[in-house]
Design a binder for this molecule. Structure first.
Ligand SMILES: *[C@@H]1O[C@H](CO)[C@@H](O)[C@H](O)[C@H]1NC(C)=O
Ligand SMILES: *[C@@H]1O[C@H](CO)[C@@H](O)[C@H](O)[C@H]1NC(C)=O
Length: 318
């Protein structure tokens, strides 16, 4: 049960065409396209010199395939979320969709070698989380609490057990819809990647999934995009290097697949992205949380806690 099964998906190699993706926070994305075109011949000669002008990140990876999967454990609840803090290596289990106790394990090995929640440290959050949209980033738990008329983002210090901050999410309860139609409990899905913290959400007007970049310190929304990815039949999504991958399924679960991508830098388009299939599993994923350090996804599928290893490739090395 705990061996990696390899080569589950050999599809999806020519993901990006010949575009390079750079992150120029001070330029419009159109301008960065042109700049990239101009710079490409240069980069071949002096890659490292050129990269220093991309201020915030050198994250230039895209997914080429889902390489392997590993089932680590079965839990009681069909829905939930588990994730690992990229900075501390601790593993956190959010069992269920409206609970307030997170279970912390000191490592993935500790988690997989102990039955259920044995050997974990329970951490009681100040309120119930809603859905499976939580995230753990840099020692803090971020989750969304659904109040009577507003959605609140809570930031909680996991090391010393204090509420650090909270902010009203700028979409009213009356205006929002579940982010993904196949997981109606999740009002806002928070995601961490190489570039920071993101929020995925859907409003009544938009029909499609929206993306917001969040400041992990202040909880401010820095920028928003309409991904144009439909909410209907979506089960979950994750963000890798500023590109959102939305995963779809059907009500009678079949194979989960990435069928819509959105890149905040406008360099990866749906036309260029092939279908990316997950191996056949039990049902619909309740959550998919990407770990930027390990390049793998922590998934919850009908009570099975799974790791998916991703094959990434450099956007420049095409
Ligand atoms: C997870 O939650 C479900 C109820 O939602 C409960 O039945 C189950 O025992 C929990 N699992 C563990 C390992 O605590
Ligand atoms: C918890 O840690 C944070 C930062 O590390 C600090 O600002 C805060 O005062 C601490 N709270 C308590 C109760 O120790």
């Amino acid at each position: 049960i705990s061996n990696w099964s390899s080569d589950v998906n050999r599809r999806g190699c020519a993901f990006m065409g010949s575009h390079a993706l750079w992150f120029f926070p001070f330029l419009s994305s159109n301008f960065s396209v042109h700049l990239t075109m101009l710079l490409r011949p240069l980069m071949k000669m002096s890659f490292h010199d050129t990269i220093s002008i991309s201020l915030s990140t050198d994250c230039i990876d895209i997914i080429s395939s889902i390489r392997a999967m590993k089932i680590l454990k079965r839990m009681g609840s069909p829905k939930g979320m588990w994730t690992k803090d990229a900075r501390t290596s601790k593993v956190y289990v959010f069992n269920g969709t409206a609970e307030d106790t997170v279970y912390q394990f000191s490592s993935v090995l500790d988690f997989s070698s102990s039955p259920g929640m044995a050997h974990s440290r329970p951490i009681r959050l100040p309120s119930l989380w809603s859905g499976t949209g939580g995230a753990v980033y840099n020692g803090y738990a971020y989750y969304v609490m659904e109040g009577a008329d507003e959605l609140q983002v809570i930031k909680y210090d996991l090391a010393n057990g204090t509420l650090t901050d909270s902010a009203v999410f700028p979409v009213e309860v009356a205006d929002h819809r579940p982010v993904y139609s196949l997981n109606p409990e999740t009002a806002v899905d928070l995601a961490a990647d190489e570039e920071g913290l993101w929020a995925l959400y859907t409003t009544r007007e938009s029909e499609s999934i929206n993306l917001a970049k969040m400041d992990p310190d202040s909880l401010d929304i820095e920028q928003m995009w309409d991904t144009q990815c439909p909410q209907e039949n979506a089960e979950a999504a994750f963000v890798v290097c500023g590109t959102v991958y939305v995963v779809y399924n059907t009500r009678v679960p079949s194979r989960s697949r990435v069928q819509c991508v959105f890149d905040v830098n406008d360099m990866v388009t749906n036309e260029e992205a092939p279908l990316l299939y997950f191996p056949r599993r039990y049902g619909v994923h309740a959550s998919l949380k990407y770990n930027p350090q390990e390049k793998q996804i922590y998934a919850w599928d009908d009570g099975y806690l799974i790791l998916y290893k991703l094959s990434l490739k450099r956007k420049l090395m095409v």
